[in-house]
Design a protein around this ligand. Structure first.
Ligand code: ATP
Ligand code: MG
Length: 187
């Protein structure tokens, strides 16, 4: 009796896409780090890469941001150029929309072959960034601009539009055992 191959061989590829839209979603770890892994591939091919981070995570993002900048990646973190002088939601909303305006400009410029919209699903799901604007921007993007979207609960319409969607499923997470985020692993 012959064993089943572990994976069904894919159909032979017959077309080459000029760009792709990827979504890394789900409740397990690895959404952002997978995106940054792809950033390394893009850099290796001489692509210009832009990263827009939609959640302010303080020092947590410092690790990958520094390395990426050293590699020539243009990186915008939510809150850049803004001051957080109140906990006011309308201000957070305005800042998120400002970040989206930047993202839209970066995508539409056509100067970047890869644009990462890290954690954009949250402000979309909170109603701070209209999903229709995101869909329109993705659909109308210059042909060589690939996009990676990360964050939990990716909106269904974005999942439909994307070429590749991966759901990170949490099997275990150290955090649940009371282990704090670890420098070098988590940020
Ligand atoms: P990473 O940036 O490590 O790839 P992620 O992008 O998949 O994680 P986020 O929700 O953005 O996940 O998580 C941000 C931080 O929270 C990271 O430090 C990550 O390790 C941690 N984290 C991710 N998933 C979980 C989880 N299921 N429970 C607790 N913490 C998590
Ligand atoms: Mg993340």
């Amino acid at each position: 009796m012959t064993a089943e191959p572990p994976v069904t061989p894919p159909p032979r590829a017959t077309t080459h896409a000029t760009s792709l839209v990827l979504v890394n979603t789900g409740d397990g770890k690895g959404k952002s780090t997978a995106a940054f892994g792809t950033v390394m591939r893009a850099i290796a091919r001489g692509w210009k890469v832009g990263v827009i981070q939609f959640l302010k995570s303080g020092e947590w993002s410092v690790g990958e941001e520094k390395v990426a900048r050293d590699l020539g990646v243009d990186w915008w973190a939510l809150g850049d150029g803004f001051t957080w002088d109140s906990e006011d939601m309308s201000q957070s909303r305005a800042i998120a929309y400002e970040a989206w305006s930047k993202a839209r400009e970066v995508i539409a410029s056509g100067e970047y072959q890869l644009v990462v919209l890290d954690e954009i699903t949250y402000p979309i799901n909170w109603g701070w960034i209209p999903v229709d604007e995101v869909l329109k921007t993705i659909r109308n993007r210059p042909e060589k601009v690939s996009i990676i979207i990360t964050g939990r609960d990716a909106p269904e319409q974005i999942v439909e539009l994307a070429d590749t969607v991966t759901e990170m499923r949490k099997v275990k997470h150290a955090f649940d055992a009371g282990i704090a985020a670890k420098r070098g692993i988590d940020y």
